[in-house]
Design a protein around this ligand. Structure first.
Ligand SMILES: Cc1cc2nc3c(=O)[nH]c(=O)nc-3n(C[C@H](O)[C@H](O)[C@H](O)COP(=O)(O)OP(=O)(O)OC[C@H]3O[C@@H](n4cnc5c(N)ncnc54)[C@H](O)[C@@H]3O)c2cc1C
Length: 417
């Protein structure tokens, strides 16, 4: 590997710094895009990604799994874009060590890349339940293109799948498998699906939508173990229920990838600790996206990852930049059913819930108000007012007209000619 390509100065005659980005996922690419807009020429950029392809749209993996789109539709920037922007992209090569004293990273076994500044955008690792049988062939996580390929292979060969985990990803995996014609059961340990984003009523509507898609949903299902002679054959619940399974998709959450940073002696909490400029405990090293912990928060969504990336690109371009956290909201389609939630989901004692429910039409709207301000919203069916709700929850501004949020703003009558 040639690590010598390094132009000494930028267009203003200032010394170019060597910037190495570890990880070529969604946060990494957004950062590179913003960096090339803001401080082009200032850095000699090398990006090293463990996956064999350049960054792609991970959010679309469920559509890829279900066969709605092909792999090409998940692509973001082609290799020509990296080349045109002077970014050296190394794919299929994990960074295995950071040597802070020498200011270099080790790629694979022996190759080294020196850096002046280092960005860690290494994402998360899917969690495997610490139960017997979870390492049997046929137990697959759902995080990247390779996982989708493995699930699709298994789904073709085998007909019965159990998905563990009733969060967003578990639901998407189950719908994707059902779409492939696989007999699919979704297990969730809680008493409702997506309990962090949905109240009981909304979760009930989502469950119905899943069942209409042919997914069997079992709530309060505590997985005890997976069994099989040479590969998965069945899954056993804590209450003794046995589910025959040829494929188990594990979707019980993710854990920030901290091993590399931890071994390098950076400060770690649940993620790699960063300040408001995304700087780690070493001022030359930064962290972005799902691997970063900011003010005690780690995030598992694209929006905060992009805000991290924008902040760091501005900071490295010498512009004022400060990240203060992301108020999370969820907006998705479950089997074509639009769902949105933001802020609080369950009604606290000191708040008022304003609810509109039309189960026949699959419509549900709940607004949570405290002292005239919106503190939470859950919509199923029609989510047209999501933008307004998000804005009001974030700003904390008083709500002028609750009906506008509940029923939508009236469309102005056309003026008579
Ligand atoms: C199926 C699925 C559906 C999703 N749907 C949504 C959604 O609807 N909405 C939403 O907001 N979010 C969704 N997400 C989450 C979203 O994809 C992530 O929040 C986002 O990708 C985080 O970006 P990141 O760059 O931090 O991590 P990633 O995109 O995971 O990128 C990290 C990259 O770093 C690489 N890497 C790790 N270690 C090393 C190393 N040592 N050396 C080199 N490279 C390394 C990894 O291989 C990976 O390519 C979904 C995720 C999945 C899996």
């Amino acid at each position: 590997m040639d690590t010598s390509a390094h132009e000494a100065c930028d267009e203003n005659g200032l010394p170019r710094e060597r910037l190495v980005v570890v990880g070529n996922g969604m946060a990494s690419l957004r950062f590179l895009e913003r960096l090339t807009e803001g401080s082009s020429g200032r850095f000699d950029v090398t990006c090293v990604g463990a996956e064999p392809t350049a960054a792609y749209n991970r959010v679309l993996l469920s559509s890829l799994l279900g066969g709605e789109i092909d792999e090409a539709a998940c692509a973001f920037r082609g290799l020509d874009w990296y080349e045109a922007h002077g970014i050296r992209l190394i794919t299929g090569a994990p960074v295995t060590r950071i040597d802070r004293d020498k200011g270099l990273v080790v790629v694979g076994e022996t190759d080294v890349l020196p850096f002046d500044k280092l960005v860690l955008a290494v994402g998360s690792l899917p969690i495997r339940l610490p139960k017997p049988g979870m390492d049997l062939p046929g137990v697959i996580t759902f995080r990247d293109l390779a996982d989708v390929a493995a699930i699709r292979r298994a789904a073709v060969q085998h007909a019965r799948a159990v998905v563990i985990g009733g969060g967003l990803l578990g639901l998407e995996a189950a719908v994707g498998l059902a779409r492939l014609g696989v007999d699919t059961t979704l297990l969730h340990v809680m008493d409702r699906l997506m309990e962090r984003q949905l109240d009981h009523h909304a979760a009930g509507l989502v469950k119905r939508a899943m069942e209409a898609r042919g997914v069997r949903v079992v709530l309060e299902a505590d997985t005890a173990r997976v069994e099989g002679a040479t590969r998965v054959e069945r899954l056993v619940l804590a209450d003794g229920t046995v589910l025959q399974a040829d494929l188990v998709v594990m979707s019980v959450g993710v854990r920030p990838s901290v091993a590399l940073a931890q071994a390098a002696g950076l400060e770690i909490g649940r993620g790699i600790k960063v300040d408001d400029q995304m700087t780690t405990s070493d001022p030359r090293i930064f962290a972005l996206g799902e691997c970063a912990e900011h003010r005690g928060m780690i995030y598992g969504l694209v929006e905060p990852a992009y805000e991290h990336a924008d902040t760091l690109a501005r900071h490295l371009a010498g512009q004022p930049a400060g990240y203060s956290g992301t108020a999370l909201s969820t907006s998705l389609k479950v089997s074509g059913l639009p769902v949105f939630s933001a802020g609080l989901v369950d009604t606290p004692e000191d708040a008022e819930a304003i609810v509109l429910s039309d189960p026949g039409a699959g419509l549900y709207r709940k607004l949570l108000m405290r002292d005239g301000k919106l503190i939470g919203a859950v919509f199923v069916g029609d989510i047209a007012e999501q933008g307004a709700c998000k804005g009001l929850i974030r700003s904390g501004d008083p709500v002028e007209n609750v009906d506008d949020l509940m029923f939508g703003r009236p469309v102005p009558e056309p003026l008579a000619a």
